[in-house]
Design a protein around this ligand. Structure first.
Ligand SMILES: [Zn+2]
Length: 320
């Protein structure tokens, strides 16, 4: 559907009742696709939408990947097959994981295995491998770039780190629309029925909170995020403020846990606090590792928690 003049929001489905909204901007000079979904989504949803909209894939100029994650970059290789001339781009900081699925699996999806004993197992990784068909990039960005799509239409790339180091959003000053990806992650990631599917997977808390401040300071009339409904008018600031406040709530809960229970591991924190902080299915609670480790790193850096020096999966945090 067209959410603002020239900006189309396309639902791409994957897995068990999950979806990611990708965006297609159609200008009279050039066209830009934001994200490619998972491996099957270009054929299943993106190409049919383009055909319906009367857009020849040969007229696609740019493909901008918001960040390194299987449901945003997984369709890169099939999309490049459909539109080989389109320039594939992402932020330079996300380049290593966007270009290489194995690097993404090792760096992002296996990051809690050694120190915290939390991971997806071989079967989970095989599933990721099949869904994520990465491709080499044509160029990388750093935020601030302006891309002309029409005579009177230029959109702006905005660096919005937190969920990843190089997360990018795209702002259209003409309609005051922000295609926000996962720059703000609300209080949970939602499924196709708008029910919580998993905890918000912000990772780098200090930059994530700065990103919320930046979004709150911008003139945004319409916010179109990847896994949440479109927000308009006053709902935009509410959505962003709730994203920020939730991250701070998790921080407060972690400090409470250290006070009441003494030293705890990452596994104990997600098992104890996860069910108190949301109503996603129990099996996705382990994805709180991303957010909680982000909070724990931030609390440790600021001297509010101490981290034990033990090696291996029994690293603990406690009050100083
Ligand atoms: Zn996503």
């Amino acid at each position: 559907m067209e959410i603002s003049p020239g900006i189309h929001r396309i639902k791409c489905t994957f897995g068990d009742n999950r979806m990611v909204y990708i965006h297609l901007l159609i200008g009279d000079q050039s066209c830009l696709l934001v994200d490619t979904g998972c491996g099957h989504n270009p054929d299943q949803e993106i190409l049919p939408y383009m055909t319906e909209a009367g857009l020849n894939p040969a007229d696609l100029t740019y493909i901008l990947i918001s960040h390194s994650d299987l449901d945003h970059q997984g369709g890169d290789a099939p999309m490049k097959q459909i539109a080989p001339q389109a320039l594939l781009m992402c932020h330079d900081l996300d380049r290593p994981w966007v270009e290489d699925t194995e690097a993404l699996i090792a760096g992002r999806y296996s990051q809690f295995e050694k120190d915290h004993g939390i991971g997806y197992g071989q079967e989970g990784k095989e599933g990721i491998r099949q869904m994520c068909q990465s491709h080499l990039l044509d160029m990388t960005l750093s935020g601030g770039e302006k891309i002309r799509l029409g005579t009177d239409w230029t959109v702006e790339v905005v660096h919005t780190p937190g969920h990843t180091w190089g997360h990018l959003a795209l702002y259209d000053p003409r309609s005051k629309t922000m295609i926000s990806g996962e720059a703000a992650m609300w209080t949970s990631i939602l499924d196709d029925d708008w029910r919580p599917a998993l905890p918000p997977t912000y990772c780098y808390v200090d930059t994530y909170l700065s990103t919320q401040e930046r979004l709150l300071a911008m003139d945004i009339e319409t916010l179109s995020p990847s896994h949440w409904p479109v927000q308009r008018g006053p709902a935009v600031a509410e959505f962003v403020a709730e994203s920020k406040n939730y991250c701070l709530l998790v921080e407060a809960k972690l400090l409470d846990l250290a006070r009441s229970d003494g030293p705890f591991t990452l596994r104990q924190a997600i098992d104890t606090l996860g069910p108190q902080l949301g109503s996603w299915p129990a099996e996705t609670n382990q994805d709180f590792s991303y957010g909680m480790l982000g909070n724990l790193d931030s609390l440790t850096k600021r001297g509010l928690l101490n981290i034990s020096q033990d090696a291996g999966p029994n690293i603990t945090w406690s009050l100083p």
